[in-house]
Design a protein around this ligand. Structure first.
Ligand SMILES: [Zn+2]
Length: 570
């Protein structure tokens, strides 16, 4: 409460003092900082025992170390980022039990989970479990990209800042890692897919669950229905992209991994960051919101990409709906929706945003110089754009004309000038791809040419038939008019008689979650062949005629099916 009041007071002071020069130092009283500081209260250092025999060392490192107690030994899942931090966590565990460590599980290759492993082995040859690829991922981080990952991690985690400037790291108190303190143990027992083991009388299942990393696994204690989801879920917005730099993360794989966790109906969630959550309904609710948020961003970004939006435009257009944006496990204290949208665009289309003005931009130093000259000249933007054009400075003219057109979308002169600059850029270009791009975009700007969308009903039948039905339904999800379905909760079952497969499509507040499972009590059941369903969706076949010809049978009414179909863009 006190924190809230001081925050409010600070905000009032800021409002009344807005003519004063801005405060340059970051203070913990600013609203964003106050929210982050409040979030950080959970990282107070202690060992929690959310369930008998399950101990979680919170606040000792960026991640948690988890100790599961068996009859004659313990299993340690995740080992923190350094020797000193692991030593402190182990000392705390040793106050609870002296049973020897029988196994170590590394849930994935990230520093905050692996570099304390030697400490937990206590000098004995303890087996180290991990996914088959974890070791190769470690090689890449400690070898190929070491310099830049180090520098970028220092910036992202604030490790070189004065301690008072670090409130917390969103998923833990902070990262403290120094090269001499790395106490790595390489994995000795590796697996693909799934592995069941019994250690110290504890039955464990290790399940490969790509998401935050490709080598991620989760640990499942079947006897007690306890889930250790590693970093695929924690109480902060997921890092679908990490600004310290990472290869593309396939976010739909992440969603599928969360679905496999939901299928287990866990009684307890013991994540490797932030705090445990107990209770089947609570865990199900959190897992569902988390996977829905990721799928929403994925599907709506893809939908926007197909409408031709650039990454900057996608960031404006794709916002999580309020029930997800405001969910307590999705506050943007680690990843953000904005970075995720850009990463999804980048994952599908790479760095080029699709605008000719950005295809071969001026070198950064040249652009800065041009801007300095433009400001010094103090003339309006259109005038400068015209001058660049007349000077034969085509790329600068294109960049200025693009700014002009954004500020005056109805200006025909701006549009013509940009088209002219593109034509000039094409004129002396030896690269056919660039040349065609500029010339086509110039025609589009002049209104001589409009690129339509391919008509799915023109797809040759054989091509449509060859499309796997799972992929076809996933494609439907990326065309959902999410904004019209934010209050919808509807279950549609598909029974495809030709392939003898059943799919459930749960339309849940902006997301169409498609699973190959038979959920009970659907509002609509559609019984047909994959062939007919694809033809109906692509409008090669009229649904009413298909119904009359007995190619489809529907429980729930044809009108309901038509309404359902109307929720998707073509
Ligand atoms: Zn982590």
């Amino acid at each position: 409460m006190f924190r809230l009041l001081t925050g409010l007071l600070a905000a009032l002071l800021l409002l009344t003092a807005c003519d004063e020069p801005a405060e340059t130092e970051a203070t913990a009283e600013q609203p964003g900082a106050a929210a982050l500081a409040a979030h950080g209260e959970m990282f107070e250092r202690r060992v929690l025992t959310p369930l008998p025999g399950v101990h979680v060392a919170v606040g000792y490192g960026l991640a948690n170390a988890i100790m599961i107690e068996g009859q004659d030994g313990v299993v340690v899942v995740d080992t923190l980022e350094s020797r000193p931090r692991a030593q402190q966590a182990l000392a705390a565990f040793r106050k609870i039990t002296q049973k020897p460590v029988r196994a170590i599980v590394l849930t994935h290759n990230h520093a905050d989970h692996i570099f304390g492993a030697q400490v937990f082995a206590e000098g004995r040859p303890v087996p180290v479990y991990a996914h088959r690829t974890t070791s190769a991922h470690i090689d890449r981080i400690v070898n190929v990209l070491a310099n830049t990952i180090y520098a970028r991690s220092m910036r992202m985690f604030g490790q070189l800042l004065p301690p008072e400037e670090v409130l917390n790291a969103g998923i833990g108190p902070d990262l403290q890692v120094a090269t001499p303190d790395l106490a790595l143990l390489r994995p000795t027992v590796v697996f693909d897919g799934r592995m069941a083991v019994e250690i110290a009388g504890i039955r464990l299942e290790l399940v490969h669950a790509p998401g935050e990393t490709d080598d991620q696994l989760f640990v499942w204690l079947p006897a007690r229905r306890v889930l250790l989801p590693a970093d695929n879920i924690y109480r902060a917005f997921p890092n679908l992209y990490t600004i310290r730099g990472t290869a593309h993360r396939d976010v739909m794989q992440w969603v599928h991994s969360l679905d496999r966790m939901r299928d287990l109906r866990p009684q307890a969630l013991i994540p490797s960051h932030t705090l445990p959550l107990i209770g089947e309904d609570k865990v199900a609710g959190v897992l569902t919101a988390y996977r829905d948020a990721i799928q929403y961003l994925h599907d709506q970004t893809v939908r926007g990409i197909n409408r031709g939006l650039t990454p900057d435009e996608l960031v404006e257009a794709v916002r999580l709906p309020p029930h997800l944006a405001g969910h307590p496990w999705l506050a943007e204290h680690y990843g953000t929706a904005r970075w995720s949208v850009r990463a999804i665009h980048n994952g599908y289309l790479g760095w080029f945003n699709g605008d000719g003005a950005d295809l071969d931009p001026l070198p950064a130093t040249v652009r800065s110089r041009r801007l300095a000259e433009a400001f010094a000249a103090g003339r309006p933007l259109p005038e400068q754009a015209r001058a660049a054009q007349q000077a034969g400075d085509h790329q600068w003219a294109a960049e200025l004309a693009r700014h002009w057109l954004r500020t005056e979308p109805d200006s025909d002169e701006a549009r013509q000038l940009l088209a002219r600059a593109f034509t000039d850029l094409a004129g002396n270009n030896a690269n056919p791809n660039a040349r065609h791009w500029y010339l086509t975009q110039a025609r589009e700007l002049r209104g001589d040419l409009q690129i339509g969308r391919p008509d799915p009903s023109e797809l040759p039948d054989a091509m449509l038939d060859d499309l796997p039905i799972g992929a076809f339904l996933a494609g439907m999800a990326t065309r959902l008019r999410a904004e019209e379905t934010l209050d919808s909760d509807q279950l549609v079952r598909f029974e495809f008689t030709d392939v003898d497969r059943v799919f459930s499509a749960h339309l849940r507040r902006g997301v169409l979650a498609v699973r190959e499972i038979a959920t009970p009590d659907p509002e609509i059941t559609i019984r047909t062949t994959t062939r007919t369903w694809k033809r109906i969706v692509t409008r090669k076949r009229n649904p009413a005629l298909a119904l009359a010809a007995d190619e489809v049978s529907v429980d729930g009414g044809l009108i309901a099916v038509s309404r359902f179909l109307a929720l998707f863009e073509r």
